[in-house]
Design a binder for this molecule. Structure first.
Ligand code: ZN
Length: 134
């Protein structure tokens, strides 16, 4: 696969509203988009930090994987997303043939109209890894 850059870093938070003043006022980053991804049961807020974005993830239901993550680990860094130049489907096939455990067998629609797929942290040095393309 061909990675061009880190697209974003996902951060699990209990409440976007509560943590936004830290990111905006203390770190001086700008939130430019808040959207809900209904099928993942999360609300997302995006902030720009140079080329990289921060994606704040707030659960909208106790069944959300983000809610379960916070329950287990507390708030904090949740995943890292790489921008794939030669396609997520292709990258998934490559990862699978290298013996990497996949969470998604095929790309799906994520926030910001990205095509996304996740690799399992058990196979990726403990870092939940998102592959994405525009
Ligand atoms: Zn993400």
């Amino acid at each position: 696969m061909k990675i061009s850059h880190i697209e974003h870093i996902g951060i699990a938070v209990e409440s976007i509203e509560k943590v936004l003043p830290y990111f905006e006022n203390v770190l001086g980053l700008k939130c430019y988009n808040i959207e809900e991804v209904a099928d993942q049961k999360v609300k997302t807020a995006f902030l720009k930090c140079g080329e990289v974005k921060l994606e704040l993830l707030e659960p909208t239901s106790p069944e959300s994987t983000i809610a379960k993550y916070i329950e287990k680990h507390g708030q904090g860094m949740h995943h890292m997303a790489f921008c794939i130049e030669d396609g997520v489907a292709n990258a998934l096939a490559e990862a699978e043939s290298a013996g990497i455990r996949l969470i998604d067998k095929a790309p799906r629609q994520g926030a910001e109209q990205l095509h996304i797929a996740f690799l399992h942290p058990k196979s990726t040095v403990g870092i939940l890894t998102e592959l994405c393309e525009h």
